[in-house]
Design a protein around this ligand. Structure first.
Ligand code: FDA
Length: 391
């Protein structure tokens, strides 16, 4: 059987690409080895799919080539996807920082895509893994479920390696390598840190405690909350900075994100000199946090008894706490995969391989990774749309 376009992967990017191509009149088949389309859409955003971000800009993406994402993001913006959501009457709200979530459930977003697929005449075949891909004079041949299928254009939309239990595979990278395209080393992104050293006691005792902070690593900072867990450090701040962190590096946590720790301590010393440091810290954080700080970091005395260098050292610890994570939880819990198909192999306008005509890559399989907050779906929509216009 011959199709104009075969898309491998019925996730966010693959479905968007299929819709766009089919709306142009192309005959499109989508194959997925899973038993359901869009499994990651369904599990995203805690079940409410953070489907885009109102402030999405190229600056919110990591890639070896920071310019690559610009063209696609500018041709299919967050406002284009919001218009699609509005067209289908799906209610949504801004949670924080421009992040748009469904009011009800993630399946509302998947339903939009499946409705659009149906209207445009896209055929979706589930439980179809692809055993072999070969190039022919007129396009590609695929061996799947004992059949041979052919297409003019082939789109690889198989995503990254995160959450293997949801069907993630390295298929896209294997195909890229089969056709001689460079693939950059991959690692887990937007992932909790694990802690095994003396800080482990803090994680165990404070598990479930969230603290606002500014976290920094390798010149990048995020002002958000972090969370102690039994395994280590999580929460939006840690997930964000994990994408910038390399094994063995330290992260710096400012526990006083809204003002100067030094000025605060000095003012409190003037206002209530007889208050104990531990009492002050338990008002700012929690009693448990203050107890651990005064066991491991500071000697707790009445504020009037601290001299200037002592106050400076306390404020330094509070505003630049250095932590060296032992690792991350890896692909098992990571939201995304960093690295992947080298963008220098692809046209930023069409997502087509520069070496193999008719072969396209879209979505997370490419070395473009967004921050937490709806940016990864926006890349999936934008790159899927970009390819869909040309396949
Ligand atoms: P995606 O992974 O969505 O789809 C790939 C498809 O290919 C899957 O259907 C898979 O079954 C199929 N496939 C894989 N290998 C195959 C093979 N060998 N043969 C056939 N088919 C194959 N992002 C965001 O912006 N907002 C959010 O709220 C969240 N939330 C979130 C929660 C969790 C728990 C995770 C793990 C991730 C997120 N993300 C997110 C990230 C987001 O889900 C991700 O970036 C996009 O789904 C990527 O879209 P793709 O279409 O590229 O891959």
């Amino acid at each position: 059987m011959k199709f104009d376009v075969i898309v491998i992967g019925a996730g966010a990017a693959g479905l968007m690409c299929a819709i766009t191509a089919a709306q142009r009149g192309r005959q499109v088949l989508v194959l997925d080895h899973a038993n359901k389309p869009g499994k990651k859409i369904l599990m995203s955003g805690g079940g409410r799919c953070n489907f885009t971000n109102m402030f999405a800009e190229p600056e919110n993406y990591l890639s070896n080539n920071e310019h690559f994402c610009k063209s696609a993001l500018s041709r299919y913006t967050q406002w284009d996807f919001i218009a699609l959501v509005d067209k289908h009457g799906v209610p949504y709200h801004e949670k924080t920082l421009g992040q748009l979530f469904c009011d009800h459930k993630s399946s509302d977003i998947l339903s939009i895509l499946l409705d659009e697929c149906e209207q445009a005449g896209v055929e979706i075949r589930l439980n179809h893994g692809v055993d072999r891909v070969t190039k022919t004079d007129t396009g590609f041949q695929l061996a799947t479920n004992g059949m041979i299928l052919a297409s003019e254009s082939l789109v690889i939309a198989t995503g990254g390696l995160s959450i293997p239990t949801m069907g993630a595979t390295g298929f896209g990278y294997d195909i890229a390598q089969q056709f001689g395209l460079n693939v950059l080393a991959t690692r887990a992104g937007l992932v909790p840190f694990t802690i095994t050293d003396q800080l482990k006691r803090w994680c165990t005792e404070l598990s479930g405690t969230a603290i606002d902070c500014v976290v920094s690593c390798n010149g990048q900072s995020f002002k958000e909350a972090f969370l102690f867990t039994h395994r280590g450090l999580s929460g939006p701040a840690m997930l964000q900075i994990s994408s910038y962190w390399q094994a063995g590096q330290e992260i710096e946590i400012n526990l006083m994100p809204d003002g100067s720790a030094a000025e605060w301590l000095e003012a409190e010393k003037q206002n209530r000199p007889n208050t104990e440091l531990k009492t002050l810290l338990s008002e700012k954080f929690t009693k448990k946090v203050a107890t651990l700080m005064c066991q491991d970091w500071f000697e707790s005395r009445a504020l009037r008894t601290y001299n200037e260098p002592e106050l400076a050292s306390i404020s330094q610890q509070l505003s630049a706490w250095k932590v060296v994570p032992s690792g991350t939880e890896g692909y098992r819990t990571a939201e995304v995969t960093l690295g992947g198909v080298d963008t220098s192999e692809l046209s930023s306008k069409t997502m087509e391989s520069k070496k193999v005509s008719g072969l396209y890559f879209v979505g997370e399989v490419i070395d473009v990774t967004g921050w937490l907050g709806g940016f990864n779906f926006q890349w999936a929509w934008a790159s899927g749309f970009a390819a869909g216009e040309f396949v």
